[in-house]
Design a protein around this ligand. Structure first.
Ligand SMILES: [Zn+2]
Length: 591
């Protein structure tokens, strides 16, 4: 333990004296006062009653369930999965203590090399500083500054959120970081490069406004880059180039577990007792700028259960303020379903007449306050929308509505709440409550799978492949024949490949299948750099290859198990037979 400190003794103590452990851990967990101590649900093991204690007096923590414990450094090492030096750097940054820069440190005989994660943090941090400097200082980026000012951003917001600009250069960042002593492999691992066709790396972000994404401790872990051209049509039709792209995932960046601006919003979420979730980075900045600082955004992915779990640490109450276009509505339904599953109290803001929060606030911040005040419980909102969209004049419409909403009501765990929504739905449909309740029990069998499919995180391989084919029809010729023999889980994917297999017109697919495929295409292309010729095709090939690789792995594992069984049984013929089956299965899979 002590050995690790050599070379940093003073700084380690200084940082420790400046950080309050209650404050630090309170940023990650909901702490409840328990006498002179605080307690919480342990983040390191799964439990229902809190056995994780924090002592302000001793500045230490201890879990009586899994017996993890220690000081501020141990906590950060454990929760962020960092090594000591990284934890020290993180906390020093927070405490405002400067660590003498050193690339390697000697202690005893050994030389200390910074861990991979440390390097990835350094790389992202340097990139953020470079992009920010270019945006704020460079004479050639006036158009970018002007764009942000026109969007209503104040200078201090640009500084606070460390916005930047990545110029249209193939290797500006690459050269900059190489000069700082990092190698291509490291920069690529940090998610900031793209591998070109000729095997050369180049900058992932070019000609884009840069939004650094921070972890909860405020360190830059990734970026969202937005095209500057604002002449893209409204809505979110798939366009070239992609309006937003994100860093690739890395050891320090998992999209599904990252929430944009949570590092800035978490204190205010606690203070106000609820969070607000919007869709875009710009919306977040507009809200914070107007003084609404409990606002965060999903970025780089559709909302995931993990993100909601993280958000719930700060408050179980959240309000969704998504865009009013059709993609926003689809995202909202998904978010509500997840919130119901996660037992979160979700509400929905409506901002009538505005396409997103940014626009509403720019028009008048009071719109926002009003929206928050009148936010509806999420499921009531959903039911109201359906009634409005479908109408309830005939029985078919009523059936349609209950078919969509009952599976969601079904997953509510609180009986009181469940009954509330059943009553609400019955009233809205002018149907007896007993009929709705009876229908609820049937909803399970037919629809539960559909709901859980909707709630699934991210996209599966098959959905991604389908999305790309849907987007780029010429890929149809490249689909390996082996693909058609597969049993696809997803209904839309199945429908698409069925049509493709029989050479039928894709236009004739049902509208709801088409809109699903639209979403898959959008999601599958989210991170692709569409400036680059043939990018969709490369992604497609990569996915197909990977898909079969994984399939092969699974087949191998299955056969290995069977063969082991046959060996135990001493059944030589069986072994022989399995071996030959195995061979042909692998070869088939490669076709
Ligand atoms: Zn524990």
């Amino acid at each position: 333990m002590i050995l690790r400190y050599i070379g940093f003794m003073d700084e380690v103590e200084e940082v420790k004296s400046k950080i309050d452990i209650v404050d630090l851990i309170g940023g990650y967990l909901t702490l409840k006062k328990a006498g002179v101590n605080y307690k919480a649900l342990c983040p390191f093991h799964s439990e229902k009653t809190p056995s994780f204690m924090v002592s302000p007096e001793r500045q230490s923590f201890k879990c009586f369930g899994c017996s993890k414990g220690g000081d501020v450094y141990t906590f950060i090492e454990e929760i962020e999965g960092m090594e000591f030096y990284d934890a020290l750097k993180l906390l020093a940054g927070r405490a405002g203590v400067e660590l003498k820069p050193r690339r390697s440190i000697h202690y005893g005989e050994k030389e200390y090399q910074p861990s991979e994660k440390t390097k990835l943090f350094e790389i992202n941090n340097l990139a953020a500083r470079l992009y920010h400097k270019i945006l704020t200082d460079h004479p050639k980026t006036q158009h970018a500054r002007k764009y942000l000012v026109n969007r209503g951003l104040k200078k201090e917001s640009i500084v606070n959120f460390q916005l930047g600009y990545a110029p249209r250069s193939w290797d500006l960042l690459l050269r900059f970081l190489k000069n700082k002593g990092y190698i291509e492999k490291e920069i690529s691992r940090a998610g900031l490069l793209v591998l070109g066709e000729k095997g050369r790396y180049y900058d992932r972000f070019r000609g884009r406004i840069m939004f650094p994404i921070n972890n909860i401790a405020g360190q830059v872990i990734a970026f969202t880059g937005r095209t500057l051209e604002d002449d893209l049509p409204a809505g979110r039709q798939v366009q070239t180039p992609a309006k937003y792209i994100n860093s690739a995932e890395s050891p320090i960046y998992t999209k599904g577990k990252t929430i944009y601006a949570l590092d800035r919003a978490r204190i205010e979420i606690r203070a106000q007792g609820f969070s607000v979730m919007v869709e875009g980075n710009m919306d977040v900045i507009a809200c914070h700028q107007a003084g609404f600082r409990n606002v965060v955004a999903v970025s780089g992915t559709a909302l995931t259960p993990d993100q909601l779990k993280i958000l719930a640490r700060y408050s179980p109450d959240t309000i969704f303020a998504f865009d009013s276009d059709s993609a926003g509505k689809a995202a909202l339904k998904r978010a509500i379903t997840l919130a119901v599953q996660s037992d979160l109290n979700a509400k929905v803001i409506t901002l009538p007449g505005f396409k997103d929060p940014d626009e509403a606030i720019k028009s008048d911040p009071k719109n926002w306050q009003q929206g928050i005040k009148t936010a509806k419980p999420a499921l009531e909102y959903w039911i109201d929308c359906l009634v409005l969209e479908q109408g309830i004049t005939d029985v078919g419409e009523k059936k349609k509505i209950s078919k969509e909403i009952l599976p969601v009501i079904k997953i509510i765990s609180n009986d009181l709440e469940k009954e509330h929504y059943l009553k609400y739905l019955a009233k809205k449909l002018a149907i007896s409550e007993s009929a709705v309740t009876a229908q609820l029990s049937k909803a399970k069998v037919t629809q539960e799978r559909e709901v859980s499919a909707q709630a699934k995180v991210g996209l599966d391989y098959e959905q991604r492949v389908a999305g790309l084919v849907w987007q780029e029809k010429k890929l149809i010729d490249k689909i390996p024949t082996a693909f058609f023999g597969l049993n696809f889980q997803d209904q839309a994917v199945r429908a698409l490949f069925e049509k493709v297999k029989h050479n039928q017109e894709l236009k004739k697919l049902p509208a709801e299948i088409k809109s699903k495929l639209d979403l898959y295409a959008l999601e599958a292309m989210r991170d692709l750099d569409l400036d680059e010729e043939g990018m969709i095709e490369r992604e497609f090939e990569y996915l197909v290859r990977d898909f079969f690789e994984r399939k092969k792995e699974r087949t191998k594992a299955e056969f290995a198990e069977k063969i082991a069984e046959a060996e135990t049984a001493g059944d030589r013929d069986k072994i022989k037979e399995l071996m030959s089956q195995f061979q042909s299965a692998i070869i088939d899979g490669e076709k």
